[in-house]
Write a protein that binds this ligand. Structure first.
Ligand code: SDX
Length: 429
């Protein structure tokens, strides 16, 4: 009778061990019993970058990378993008169930109630240089919120967690819009709570002298769908950063700053900015074959917006964004870089170098084309990723701080440095 266990023979000692298998995994701690002597520390598992290590049990988001499946709390991303709204999805991520009408109205009201940001945040933002990168300003501003809400340090208090969660999700949009306004030296626009979350975001970004900002419905819906698509993605690098920082019971704003920092990298959320710079560098459709050749021989860096640690198939979000682009371009005009992007995708998907490495377009490949067509500078693209991902980070945070299996994150290491040696006086070196 097959049993859910691993039989291991340590050939160094001839000893045999049975390791239980649960949920398709073995517990790394079970390896510690495998020793060569009583004073042996026992075996570690070595997994740089956590390529093959589950660090948490989570019910928030499910990804099947081979099948190109993404579900939030069991609901397929395609259905949520078509039928839901961003705040309804946020409620789902946080609470595990879709809200009924009353619950949704109450949640939307709670988010609207917290859109204002303290004036000291605005004053701090005005001290940034004119050319400060918006991601740096966002990171700094969200970190500063830990100084305004000291009660946020009581991470084990449910009511405090609820307030901080809504505060972060609501205020990140206001702060993000103000980062954009600062780069233009425009006056900051205050929230208009008559508008939807996406509509108010557009208001704080783009309102000029008109007494009341009226969002274009196509653009408003496109932002709402883009926010749904970017809301969460299980244990990506920035979610891992959020959980690791929060594992010391640091406040959620300090953890958010770390998550934003992780997302800002060009291999993660900074890729949407890197994609546009790559397309601008290529310049014309007929330069694509040469560029692809250079990527393959390593002289042009990576094909940004392609590849994924989990998806070994087309990123389902990229498919939806590609369709959304056509709707946005009907309003904004087609982004001239689109034909270069389409040619890059066409060639890459036929080229064995990319196919053999299972490199397909990811969420960042087309999103930047939409943001650019909407008028955003490339520096704002990762900020537009961070705004909706704040809801995912907060959902992961709430799940992590209440997970009784979790303790402070403190990995082991394999020491490869010098053995013990004595200090040498400087006149003898
Ligand atoms: C996001 O984790 C998430 O869920 C992230 C995200 C989310 O929603 O949170 O989905 C958002 O970050 C999407 C990814 C955005 N990043 C990019 O588009 C940057 C370009 N892509 C990569 O650098 C890369 O594909 C990663 C970082 C996304 C994944 O890297 P892995 O899994 O560590 O893969 P790897 O670096 O080990 O590469 C495997 C091979 C290597 O070749 P060999 O050394 O085997 O010869 O594939 C090559 C890599 O050189 N490769 C690429 C490539 N990506 C990987 N070659 C060219 N172009 C690329 N884009």
């Amino acid at each position: 009778m097959a049993s859910d266990s691993l039989s291991i023979t340590d050939n160094r000692t001839g000893k045999q061990y049975e390791l239980p298998i649960a949920d398709g995994s073995v517990r790394a701690a079970d390896l510690r019993q495998i020793k060569t002597s009583d004073d042996d520390f026992g075996l570690l598992s070595y997994d740089p970058s956590l390529l093959n290590t589950a660090t948490v049990r989570s019910a928030v988001t499910y990804i099947d990378g081979d099948a190109g499946i993404l579900r939030y709390r069991g609901y397929p991303i395609e259905q949520l993008a078509e039928h839901s709204t961003y705040l309804e999805v946020v409620y789902l991520l946080l609470n595990g169930e879709l809200p009924n009408k009353e619950q949704l109205l109450e949640f939307e009201e709670d988010v609207r109630f917290r859109t204002m940001v303290l004036e000291t945040v605005r004053e701090q933002m005005e001290t940034y240089r004119y050319d400060a990168h918006p991601m740096g300003m966002l990171l700094g501003s969200m970190a500063t919120m830990s100084t305004y809400y000291p009660a946020s340090r009581d991470v084990m208090d449910l009511e405090s967690r609820k307030i901080q969660t809504v505060r972060a999700i609501s205020k990140v949009a206001t702060v993000a819009a103000w980062c954009y306004r600062h780069t233009l030296s425009y006056p900051f626009i205050y929230p208009d709570n008559d508008l939807t979350y996406a509509g108010n975001f557009l208001n704080m970004l783009f309102r000029m002298v008109e007494p009341k900002y009226v969002p274009n419905p196509v653009i408003e819906r496109a932002i709402d769908v883009l926010f749904i698509l970017h809301a969460d993605h299980e244990q990506n690098a920035s979610a891992n950063a959020m959980r690791a920082i929060a594992s010391s019971q640091a406040d959620p704003y300090s953890a958010l700053a770390g998550a934003i920092g992780s997302l800002s990298g060009p291999l993660h959320g900074g890729a949407n900015e890197a994609v546009i710079r790559m397309l601008q560098f290529i310049g014309r459709k007929d330069n694509v074959p040469e560029f692809i050749k250079n990527v393959k021989d390593g002289t042009s860096g990576r094909l940004m917006g392609f590849g994924h640690r989990v998806y070994k198939n087309y990123d389902p979000r990229a498919r939806i964004i590609k369709t959304l682009a056509d709707q946005v371009f009907e309003v904004t005009g087609v982004n001239p870089l689109l034909e270069i992007a389409l040619e890059l995708e066409r060639i890459a998907l036929e080229d064995d170098f990319f196919v053999s490495r299972q490199l397909y377009p990811n969420v960042d490949f087309y999103s930047g084309l939409i943001y650019q067509a909407m008028g955003f500078p490339v520096e704002m693209f990762p900020v537009l990723f961070a705004v909706p991902r704040t809801s995912g980070w907060m959902a992961q945070w709430n799940e992590g701080v209440t997970d009784r299996e979790q303790r402070i994150v403190r990995p082991r290491q394999i020491y490869v440095g010098e053995g013990e040696r004595d200090y040498v006086p400087i006149n003898q070196r």
